[in-house]
Design a protein around this ligand. Structure first.
Ligand code: AMP
Length: 550
């Protein structure tokens, strides 16, 4: 296909606003693509390379302006191009506003002909350009781009400029191409979707859909060495997770950088969340994996920078390692990193994307000795989950992840099956009006504390808190509260209102359990408010307001 024909189709797509019309245009484009199918499936969403490759053109805007300026003629400078961009706001418009025709020679007058740019040629030139490196590479890149712009009519220039700067923006997203491939080659959308997830390459999937149909797409598997999109999490609450799932899988949320580990049976390669190869900057992670594994595998995890005592450091420290391509040894001394693996996509020829998290995690745990694989707790109890969170925070990590233990691994999806627990929004200052002695090892300390708020004529209970409290804190709280005990009934004690706790919670619900009519969900102890007396604690009317505004 001539590049002008692609530009023409892109202009038509851009002029459409309805999703269905856009999908139809893309469907037609793919159906008519012939040998250019793979390239067009990428170009139409502004990609030059497959999504699993981290290859970039490495062309900054300035370089592009220079190429446009040179193609525009002697009187135009890169500064002029930039000034015009400031006026018009969009590089495609700017490129289309110059007349490159004068430079094109006689072939231009024929419209197309020998000198007409083709889609294949643009793809080839840009691929070669991406490979240019070393001294003078910027000059070479400008030369190549100039050569391309020089042969463009305004519409071609518009879409070439956008493609080069990754600013295609004609309204075609990943979902559009998926639907268009399905429609163009008459294959089910979910089959295309799966093939895209495992191959991470729209061009390849489009070709297989056309040439081999559903059977061909079904046969596409994960490949060690070809990274897939990471599964993502959305914000969620413990109470929501407990409502939605029979068991909740709980893990610490490590504050580092995502890595996908690909081990081919001999060597490990590591990829960042953007598919960048980060093998070289992380030799000790490579060694951990290569020492432990003896079968091919694709694994998912987080690399965390740690201090000498093993405590996690802010994630920026890991990024320093990622960026350090040279002199790894020096940075390695500077920043120590640890690998925490939490998922397993493939082991020894077997794809596990469709397996449940329970199974994937078991398979992962079987590959390593202790310490590398994340602990995963299955729980149906908010207090127990609260303990895991308190431990995670105490160990210096970010909080917890809540996962559906029966869910599959869905690459690239920010779905409901993985949730990062939302931080508490507002805290409440509650008066402690009762407590319970612990059991067993904790029989000498008060363990569960009754939380109340002020009312017009006293206090009303809004919940109990038992989580988020370390053993040392329990000792301290017992010492503070025991002198105020007014009555005992079995393990329960009544306590005179003296001490104020600051507590976090996920939400406030109306409830018949407590005399206030409200209940804090997932309450956690944060601190004793030494600066507050019960008269300064929160009131029932504030609880009512918070519940209403939620
Ligand atoms: P966020 O970046 O805030 O959207 O949180 C999701 C990120 O947390 C993931 O992409 C991972 O990089 C990271 N993470 C840390 N620990 C875990 C874990 N146990 N399971 C899944 N993701 C985790």
């Amino acid at each position: 296909m001539e590049f002008a024909a692609f530009a023409d189709r892109a202009a038509t797509i851009e002029a459409e606003s309805a999703d269905t019309a856009i999908t139809e245009c893309v469907t037609d484009l793919l159906a008519d693509a012939g040998d250019d199918l793979a390239t067009l499936a990428r170009f139409v969403q502004g990609r030059v390379f497959p999504a699993h490759e981290s290859t970039t053109l490495d062309i900054g805007p300035r370089l592009c302006y220079e190429a446009i300026a040179r193609a525009a003629g002697r009187n135009v400078s890169a500064d002029d191009v930039e000034a015009r961009l400031a006026e018009r706001g969009e590089i495609g418009d700017v490129a289309a506003s110059y007349d490159f025709g004068g430079q094109r020679g006689l072939a231009a007058f024929g419209g197309g002909g020998a000198d007409a740019l083709t889609v294949a040629e643009v793809a080839r030139e840009l691929t070669d350009l991406a490979a240019v490196a070393g001294d003078g590479s910027q000059e070479t890149k400008v030369d190549v781009l100039f050569g391309l712009f020089n042969r463009c009519d305004p519409d071609e220039a518009r879409y070439l400029a956008r493609l080069v700067l990754s600013e295609m923006r004609i309204g075609v997203g990943d979902g559009t191409v998926r639907d268009a491939v399905a429609a163009a080659f008459d294959v089910p959308v979910d089959v295309v979707e799966r093939a895209l997830q495992v191959s991470n390459d729209y061009g390849y999937v489009a070709e297989v859909a056309r040439d081999e149909g559903e059977t061909g797409l079904d046969a596409i598997d994960l490949e060690v060495g070809r990274p897939v999109q990471a599964m993502l999490a959305q914000a969620g609450t413990v109470t929501g997770a407990l409502e939605d799932w029979d068991d909740v899988a709980v893990e610490w949320k490590y504050d580092g950088a995502r890595v996908q580990v690909h081990y081919d049976g001999e060597a490990a390669r590591l990829f960042s969340r953007n598919m960048e190869d980060v093998t070289d900057p992380l030799p000790e992670v490579v060694a951990t994996v290569e020492d432990a594994l003896d079968v091919p595998a694709i694994l998912d995890g987080e690399v965390v920078a740690v201090a000498d005592d093993g405590a996690p450091l802010p994630f920026q420290e890991v990024l320093r390692r990622f960026r350090r391509k040279h002199d790894v040894a020096a940075t390695r001394e500077d920043v120590t990193v640890r690998l925490h693996l939490f998922d397993c996509l493939h082991v020894d020829g077997e794809d596990l994307l469709d397996a449940s998290l329970r199974e994937r995690h078991d398979r992962l745990a079987a590959l390593f000795d202790d310490g590398v694989v994340s602990d995963l707790w299955l729980s149906t109890d908010a207090d127990e989950i609260g303990e895991v969170e308190a431990d995670a925070l105490e160990a210096g990590h970010e909080g917890i992840m809540l996962k559906d233990p029966d869910a599959a691994y869905t690459p690239g999806k920010r779905g409901k099956n993985w949730r990062k627990r939302k931080p508490d929004v507002e805290t409440l200052d509650c008066v402690v009006t009762g407590a319970e002695w612990g059991e067993g090892r904790r029989a000498n300390v008060l363990g569960t504390f009754e939380l109340s708020v002020r009312t017009d004529d006293g206090y009303a209970q809004v919940g109990n808190v038992a989580t988020g409290i370390t053993d040392a804190e329990l000792d301290d709280l017992t010492a503070r509260l025991e002198p105020h005990v007014t009555a005992e009934d079995g393990r329960s004690v009544a306590i005179a209102p003296e001490i104020v706790f600051e507590v976090g919670y996920e939400e406030i619900q109306t409830s018949t359990t407590y005399d206030s009519g409200y209940a804090l969900r997932f309450p956690r102890f944060l601190a004793v408010r030494e600066d507050k007396t019960p008269a300064d604690a929160d009131s029932l009317s504030r609880v009512e307001r918070l519940a209403e505004n939620a």
